[in-house]
Design a protein around this ligand. Structure first.
Ligand code: ADP
Ligand code: MG
Length: 266
């Protein structure tokens, strides 16, 4: 019987190696500089290498100013590398790739659009018809706990609610990869904890329509509990300086209260 695994097919002891399935995201030797004003260039990212396979939850830790947001923006197609290659499913990233959604530190909502319009916007580029857009946007708004606020404008909402809109806008596309750029850091401690807990509950229940995640966080406990892999960024310039594989049960099982007790004690 032929047996098939990730990248090769074995037939009667003979192994035929097929092409390696390309990673969802592949960043190779990416550099990025920004002009400093004095005419000089500030090198923010220096030969960054990173791959994300479908289904992985990857954490990114690093000091402020180390280039984490710049890296996420490159993956989201919002910033271009100065050199090196950034691909999504093997294709060079030019503009926002299909199936990649981002939640920003500062929400990045359109103030002149309602909650519903902000969320529907995530679907417009996908060519989904208006009825289906409305249906999916309302479902995402309901999922994230904003039922009843569809017609509100961002300025009428608290910070926590605005970031819920940010999450709804990202989740509505059912992304293959969700990029989270410190999504709780602009919120007060209690609001952040409530939103984080609500999202984790949805995730444990299998109700978040996402496959893979790349999350920037300063919370090491959160990274250990949630991630399969944690990348540690160096600063000046930013580069992946260490990678920690989290050899624990599947992230979902780590959030079990009994398991948390175990983690708290190590
Ligand atoms: P982090 O998210 O790790 O805090 P950032 O990627 O936001 O880091 O920024 C890294 C460095 O790049 C900072 O010094 C920041 O000022 C600079 N930078 C980021 N974006 C720009 C830009 N568009 N123009 C000029 N400098 C920028
Ligand atoms: Mg940042």
């Amino acid at each position: 019987m032929p047996s098939v695994n990730a990248a090769c097919v074995s037939v009667d002891e003979e192994t035929i190696v097929l092409d390696q399935p390309s990673a969802l995201i592949d960043i190779r030797g990416v550099c990025r500089s920004f002009p400093k004003g004095s005419g000089e260039q500030l090198l923010v990212l220096d030969k960054v290498d990173l791959s994300i396979r479908s289904g992985e939850i990857v954490g990114l830790l690093g000091r402020s100013g180390s280039g984490k947001s710049t890296l996420l923006r490159i993956i989201a197609g919002l910033v271009t590398p100065s050199s090196g290659s950034a691909t999504c499913r093997g294709e060079t990233i030019i503009g926002p790739p299909n199936g990649v959604a981002m939640v920003f530190q500062s929400f990045a909502l359109f103030p002149w659009l309602t909650v519903l319009q902000n969320v529907e916007l995530g679907l417009e580029a996908l060519g989904i018809d208006a009825t289906e857009r409305r249906k999916r946007a309302l479902a995402a708004i309901d999922l994230i706990g904003l039922d009843g606020f569809e017609s509100a404008f961002p300025k009428e909402l608290s910070g926590g609610m605005r970031q819920r809109v940010g999450f709804a806008r990202a989740l509505v596309v059912h992304p293959d990869l969700l990029l989270m750029d410190e999504p709780f850091s602009a919120l007060d401690v209690l609001t952040a904890e409530t939103l984080r807990t609500d999202l984790i509950d949805l995730w444990i229940e299998g109700r978040l329509p996402i496959k893979s995640v790349l999350m920037v966080t300063h919370n090491i406990e959160e990274a250990v509990l949630m991630c399969d892999r944690i990348l540690v960024f160096s600063s000046n310039p930013g580069r992946v300086a260490a990678e920690i594989k989290v050899e624990l049960p599947h992230p979902r099982n780590r959030l079990d209260p009994y398991f948390r007790q175990f983690v708290d004690n190590i």
